[in-house]
Design a protein around this ligand. Structure first.
Ligand code: PLP
Length: 384
């Protein structure tokens, strides 16, 4: 077989086919399919500085293969798209914001996004950047776009699972000369491809469902503007927020099963959401894949899969704590997207505007009937 990279696959290859082959190098006799991690602080470099690899903070062959893999999933078949991997999702987010914005610029951020965004906001403001905010749903971003340099969307939002119309907001932002970045963490590139919807950057935490085993911190930026991406690359070099070769290799290995995991976890998330709908103690149930969810209409226009996170509210903090305690198949832990289900009372962090009994539930790869039975039993037990 000659075509091994995703870009070399026959046109129209499915997500599973692309996932298992994403980023693989051309086969070399007696070499492994996916070369092992390259642990190197420096590379042989006699004479002039030429060629791709010189110093380990600038580039690494293990990153190169992973970056190719992510690019093939985020923007299949697109020329001129570049992906850069980072030490974490926050490193990736910061690389875009801090490399693109200058004192005097304005940026639009979600006011209901990932809970570290307010910390980023404070830092941006300390650098003289004006930060405007808008909720994810409802198009209020349109009212604060004039004069902005960058529009940042997080869709679906974490933890509220609201969705915004990427194409519509991107067109409006571009008409005003603003760049657009989308946090694609919750959807994964198999759920949503922001660049195809017009965005300039797709940015994500690879810590979540992309890698899916709860053992790697990683982030990435995929972008199509060469100048903007050069600035993102420069930012990575000067801040040094780089992925370790082992993490990069684990991530690449995990991507081979992305479609399997995502399809299983997302299908079970829908089953769980439907089971929760029948429970009188559950309010505020959200899952973008539910036909009557407030996010569903827009989500169904731009998402190919709806994610593995379900959120809902139990009547009190004590009830939510008892529920989490009673679960046997679900770990009380933060983060999401892993093959082992996790859930947490999100209010314990203090950073999200959610009720005390709000639960963010990340559906894993357990058998759906086992998971649903565990959740329903834990709901029953927590009522006592
Ligand atoms: C939507 C979203 N973006 C970014 C991040 C940050 O990612 P990381 O923890 O890999 O830095 C998270 C983490 O939970 C997230 O949920």
């Amino acid at each position: 077989m000659s075509a091994t990279s995703g870009q070399g696959l026959p046109g129209g290859s499915g997500d599973g086919t692309r996932a298992v082959r994403a980023g693989l190098p051309e086969p070399v006799r007696h070499e492994p399919t996916l070369p092992g991690p390259v642990f190197a602080a420096h590379f042989h470099l006699p004479g002039e500085v030429t060629g791709p690899y010189s110093y380990g903070r600038d580039d690494n062959p293990t990153w190169t293969l992973l970056e190719r893999a992510i690019g093939e999933l985020e923007a299949p078949g697109r020329e001129g798209v570049e992906t850069l991997v980072f030490a974490s999702g926050m490193a990736a987010i910061s690389s875009v914001l801090f490399s693109q914005l200058r004192a005097g610029d304005a940026v639009v951020l979600p006011d209901d996004g990932y809970q570290a965004l307010p910390l980023v906001r404070t830092q941006l403001e300390a650098y003289g950047i004006e930060v405007r905010t808008a909720p994810t749903a409802g198009d209020a971003q349109l009212d604060v776009l004039d004069g902005a340099k960058l529009l940042w969307m997080e869709t679906p939002s974490n933890p509220g699972l609201d969705v915004c119309d990427i194409r519509r907001l991107t067109e409006a932002a571009h008409a005003r000369g603003a760049l657009v970045a989308v946090d694609n963490t919750l959807a994964t590139p198999l759920g949503q491809r922001p660049l195809e919807l017009g965005a300039d950057f797709s940015v994500a935490s690879g810590t979540k469902q992309l890698t899916g085993h709860g053992d790697v911190l990683l982030g990435y930026v995929t972008g199509r503007d060469a100048e903007a991406m050069a600035a993102v690359r420069r930012w990575r070099k000067i801040v040094g927020a780089i992925a370790g070769p082992m993490e990069a290799w684990l991530a690449h290995r995990s991507i081979a099963t992305l479609q399997l995991r995502v399809d299983r976890q997302n299908a079970t998330a829908l089953v769980l959401a439907e089971a929760l709908r029948g429970r009188p103690e559950v309010t505020g149930l959200r899952y973008p894949g539910l036909a009557d969810d407030p996010s569903h209409k827009v989500a169904s226009q731009q998402m190919r899969r709806y994610g593995c996170v379900v959120s809902f509210t139990l009547p009190t903090r004590a009830r939510a704590d008892r529920f989490l305690d009673a679960l046997r198949l679900v770990d009380d832990a933060t983060s999401f997207g892993g093959v082992r289900s996790t859930a947490e009372r999100r209010g314990r962090w203090g950073g999200d505007a959610v009720p005390d009994g709000f639960i963010r539930f990340s559906v894993g790869a357990e058998d759906p009937e086992d998971l649903v039975a565990d959740v329903l039993r834990a709901l029953d037990e927590s009522s006592r």
